[in-house]
Design a protein around this ligand. Structure first.
Ligand code: K80
Length: 450
């Protein structure tokens, strides 16, 4: 083990209530919104093939042109309550909202720069309206903050000259001021989701970030910050030089998913996912594969089955409207959640061998076990290999408990559940299984989830 001053602050998962609540969310919503939604992936009649929120970095978009877009930002269709209501119907338990993306435009009236919503025709505090609206829906609010800030003179990706360094000191204080300002203005914030921390300049700032991290956590007890914030003494992020994770959960799964429990190294983690292949901000012309509701539900279940959270991204357009494709998917996933969220909320990994028909999840409070089926076997036989001494006594469909399914036990402690639905299911379905180890009597203190 290497002695580190700025390495992992803790080994193993946080066990406090705010983190247990985070762990049990299952499903979250990401909102990427800013001035990049105005061009929506096009400029001067040309199509930008990159991620729409990065259009300023495209040679087809002159910086000057981009940096004046805020003067026309006036989202007359923006309705925070409508967004929050849609998220509620989606079944999201938390939301991560972009306060400032890499372009440096602030959706709140920051006093530390003029490049904010206050100096647009719209004027009003977007973040404040969203925090209030999501709070009202009982959805926990997390703030996305980009350390990269192309608008600030002091931002550098690497520190070469002395002037870089003196400018960067100003940028560091500016960054600290904005973060303190956000937590002061929006004390309901449950956590910060940092992005844009891969620059060499930032990776040299271990002691500054360590102190800032401590200062922010002292402002809001229980504050949750992922692994993409602090660098250790040697500039490592996510995992320090001893291989220990820094921060409260691993922020490593962006547009991708782990396949085995080993890949999540016993940590909490989130997967943040786009509906198109690679667009976070609004792009008016999605190309490539757009995920269906069943694909998104499978990713959600896979994340929960591997002890993670799944955060689905929405990119409202320049007028504040959530596009019809996203609205449709939110409705479809939400309808599935209305029937099946029992296998999602408060659920996590069950250490039984993964089977081809789909995923196991188990409720961390009640220990109830679920099989979420994506690949219905032609045979109608669902193989379940339990742990030694654990036998399956009952199996039924979550949405039809009355119909008990037949169970055969084979010689090597396998259980074969038989289910042949009359017609082909149009979407994933859940089976509930009860074992000899589940005390299903009413006095079981676990059965009263908090
Ligand atoms: C290479 C790269 C840099 C930044 C990103 C940002 N992280 C996502 C959460 C979005 O904010 C995207 O712009 C994605 C890829």
């Amino acid at each position: 083990n290497i002695t580190l001053k700025y390495g992992a602050e803790r080994i193993g998962k946080r066990t406090d209530q705010p983190m247990q609540d985070w762990r049990n969310y299952g499903l979250g919503q990401f909102i990427h919104w800013g001035v990049y939604a105005i061009p929506g992936g096009h400029w001067n009649g040309k199509y930008y093939a990159g991620a729409a929120e990065w259009i300023r970095s495209w040679e087809g978009m002159p910086n000057e042109a981009y940096d004046n877009l805020y003067k026309e930002f006036n989202p007359k269709n923006f309705n925070a309550n409508a967004w929050a209501k849609q998220a509620k119907e989606l079944g999201a338990k938390y939301v991560i909202i972009t306060t400032k993306h890499h372009d440096g435009f602030c959706l709140w009236p920051s006093e530390y720069t003029d490049y904010t919503i206050a100096n647009t025709p719209y004027k009003k505090d977007i973040i404040g309206a969203l925090v209030e609206a999501y709070d009202k829906q009982g959805i926990d609010v997390y703030l996305y903050f980009s350390i990269i800030d192309w608008n600030h003179f002091g931002y550098k990706s690497k520190l070469v000259t002395d002037k870089d360094r003196t400018d960067y000191e100003v940028f560091k204080e500016f960054t600290r001021n904005q973060l303190i300002e956000l937590l002061t203005r929006y004390p309901e914030t449950k956590g910060l989701w940092f992005d844009g921390t891969w620059d060499a300049a930032w990776k040299e700032q271990a002691s500054y970030v360590y102190d800032l991290d401590k200062e922010l956590r002292e402002m809001i007890p229980g504050l949750i910050i992922g692994s993409r914030f602090r660098p250790d003494d040697y500039g490592n992020r996510h995992f320090d030089a001893n291989g220990n994770m820094m921060g409260d959960y691993e922020q490593g799964w962006e547009r991708k998913m782990p396949n085995t429990i080993e890949e999540v190294h016993g940590n909490d983690w989130d997967c943040v996912m786009t509906i198109p292949e690679n667009q976070w901000g609004y792009h008016s012309d999605w190309r490539g594969h757009v995920k269906t509701s069943n694909e998104l539900i499978e990713m959600l279940v896979k994340a929960v089955a591997l002890d993670g959270n799944f955060v689905l991204n929405f990119g409202p357009d320049g007028l504040g409207t959530i596009r019809k494709e996203e609205t449709k998917l939110a409705k479809q996933v939400g309808e599935w959640m209305k029937v099946n969220s029992t296998a999602i909320y408060n659920c996590g990994y069950l250490d039984w061998e993964k089977q081809d028909w789909g995923y196991f999840t188990t409720n961390r409070i009640t220990q109830e076990k679920y099989m979420v089926v994506f690949n219905q076997p032609i045979s109608g036989v669902y193989t379940v290999k339990t742990k030694k001494g654990v036998s399956i006594e009952k199996a039924y469909l979550l949405d039809n408990p009355g119909l008990e399914l037949s169970i055969e036990k084979t010689y090597n402690n396998e259980f074969l559940i038989q289910y042949n639905p009359e017609n082909h299911p149009e979407e994933p379905f859940v089976m509930v299984i009860e074992t000899n180890k589940d005390q299903n009597n009413s006095d079981n203190q676990y059965l009263q989830p908090k």
